[in-house]
Design a protein. Structure first.
Length: 534
């Protein structure tokens, strides 16, 4: 008699038992996070055609832009080569690399959250004790990432279809392909490491290496043909050439990478115990060196601070090197000059461009401060905070250790970005560092909102990501779409002086700093009075 006749399920079905239930649970848990990631990414892409049509409405203007981009190696390193002068091709060129990188970050976050995070918290052991297959959790995590990337691809393709259906479909599939490549990278790393924090950090490091490889390759050639570009998953969407004679065979690269990496992840998942890893964490010293809550917070967050610092320095160098060429790139295009001046002030085009790029890094620094503040939420919900608070450590001391790193780390990475701008641009350091530090009050306001949500509404703490995403979207897209001033003023960044070039205005800086302090104080007061989240 067959195994089915005896009521025995095949081995493959046993290892995947419960996948559907876990997938529904994962999507329910991420019902806020995934839509925010998708919405920000899709809006960034879909707002670009209207912006380009307003800036370069004639074929001659677009041809001039393409000619400038082809001869600017720094610009190619930043956004990649351009393959056509249509609105669709320029959209794929302008936002393709960054949309793919956002899809990658979304995917790795989803996979690590539902694999290594679950094991580290102990929830996976409870789930595995039921009727759940050995590889069901990994499968559900990858399927959740696949659902998110599929929705992103569908929205992008539908929104860009008016500029050419084949190109829109190719562009959407390219983004989803990169997302799934890094989802499977995260699946492998989650088997190798014992810490969710380390898993995210290593996968993000792979993404950073992919960006550097692509940038190096694109700066060397103007057609994406460099071997370094082909080695980077971020180089595959540009070589797909959406809206510029699509090369559909390039899609075989992400498909093959996903299949191979997925097979490796599944193989590793079947050869270890729950909670274990192939690269176990080294034991600490016999006598503890973490005598304070602040020292523990630094130990937990130092890797993140280092990674953000390196990224901001490199971004400063790249943006700084582009500054002198900003005038040539804008040329006589009054619309482009107007947008840069709305972002960076009414000073000369060089100072306005520099101010706009510093402002963009300030917006990204808001993401850092939210991630750092919400580390408190992760420590609390995982149960690791309770043993710390059971000792001679009060809640305010515990929280203060992490908040010093969050708010002080934001100042550090902005100063390092300023050093990068000075290296890339080769001008006096003082005004650039001053312009970077001016961004901090707005960054701290976003961090204050995160502290307030953490203290008063811990179950809604993740909504801080939605606040940071909305501010990023307003700062990035708002000036290009010439939205009303009232909308721009919703963001705290809209009130800052546009330095360098503009005069320093202390009133908004001091007011925003006071608002940030009030938000932090209110959030800490609420944290002190509520129960610790189980």
């Amino acid at each position: 008699m067959t195994a089915a006749a005896w009521g025995v399920r095949p081995r493959s079905s046993r290892t995947l038992a419960g996948t559907g239930t876990l997938l529904r649970f994962a999507l329910r848990r991420d019902r806020v996070m995934i839509p925010v990631w998708i919405g920000v990414n899709a809006l960034m892409v879909l707002s670009m055609p209207n912006t380009l049509e307003g800036l370069y409405g004639t074929p001659a203007a677009r041809a001039d832009l393409v000619a400038q981009a082809e001869t600017n190696s720094s610009l190619r390193a930043l956004v990649g080569p351009v393959f056509g002068d249509s609105i669709g091709a320029l959209t794929a060129w302008r936002v393709g690399v960054y949309a793919a990188a956002l899809a990658a970050v979304m995917s790795l976050t989803i996979v690590v959250r539902h694999t290594r995070d679950e094991e580290e918290s102990g929830r996976q052991e409870l789930v595995a004790s039921g009727m759940v297959g050995r590889r069901a959790s990994l499968t559900a995590a990858l399927l959740a990432a696949a659902v998110a990337n599929a929705v992103l691809a569908l929205l992008v393709a539908a929104g860009l279809a008016g500029h050419g259906v084949p190109g829109a479909v190719a562009f959407g599939l390219g983004l989803a392909g990169v997302g799934m490549v890094f989802a499977t990278v995260a699946a492998i790393v989650a088997q190798l490491t014992e810490s969710a924090r380390l898993a995210r950090g290593l996968t993000a490091a792979v993404l950073g290496a992919a960006f550097v490889l692509r940038a190096a390759g694109d700066s060397a050639t103007d057609d994406g043909s460099s071997a370094l570009t082909w080695l980077s998953p971020l180089g595959w969407p540009e070589n797909l050439r959406a809206f510029a004679g699509e090369r559909w065979w390039v899609l075989a690269l992400p498909v093959a990478a996903v299949l191979v990496q997925g097979a490796v992840a599944y193989g590793l998942a079947g050869r270890r115990d729950v909670g274990m890893s192939f690269l176990p964490t080294r034991p600490g010293p016999a006598s503890g060196r973490l005598a304070t809550a602040g020292a523990l917070a630094w130990r937990l967050q130092r890797g993140g601070v280092l990674g953000w610092s390196i990224g901001f320095f490199l971004a400063g160098v790249v943006y700084g090197s582009l500054t002198e060429g900003a005038a040539d790139l804008v040329g006589d295009n009054a619309n482009a000059r107007e947008i840069i001046e709305r972002m960076g002030g009414q000073a000369g085009i060089t100072d306005a461009f520099l101010s706009a790029m510093i402002g963009m890094l300030g917006l990204v620094a808001a993401l850092y401060v939210v991630a750092s503040v919400l580390r408190l939420h992760g420590e609390e919900t995982s149960g690791r905070a309770e043993p710390v608070l059971a000792g001679a450590v009060g809640r305010l001391r515990w929280a203060a250790g992490h908040l010093v790193i969050a708010f002080g780390g934001a100042a550090l990475i902005m100063l390092i970005a300023g050093a990068g701008f000075a290296v890339g641009h080769g001008r006096e350091v003082g005004p650039i560092l001053g312009a970077c530090l001016v961004q901090l009050p707005a960054v701290w306001v976003i961090g204050g909102v995160a502290v307030l949500l953490l203290g008063a509404l811990p179950r809604a703490a993740v909504a801080a990501w939605a606040v940071a995403g909305a501010v990023l979207l307003i700062g990035w897209v708002g000036p290009a779409l010439d939205v009303p001033r009232a909308v721009l003023d919703v963001s705290p960044f809209g009130h800052l002086p546009k330095m360098p070039g503009a005069d320093m205005r202390w009133t908004p800086v001091l007011v925003l700093t006071g608002v940030a302090g009030a938000l932090v104080a209110t959030g800490l007061a609420a944290l002190r009075r509520r129960d610790v989240t189980a």
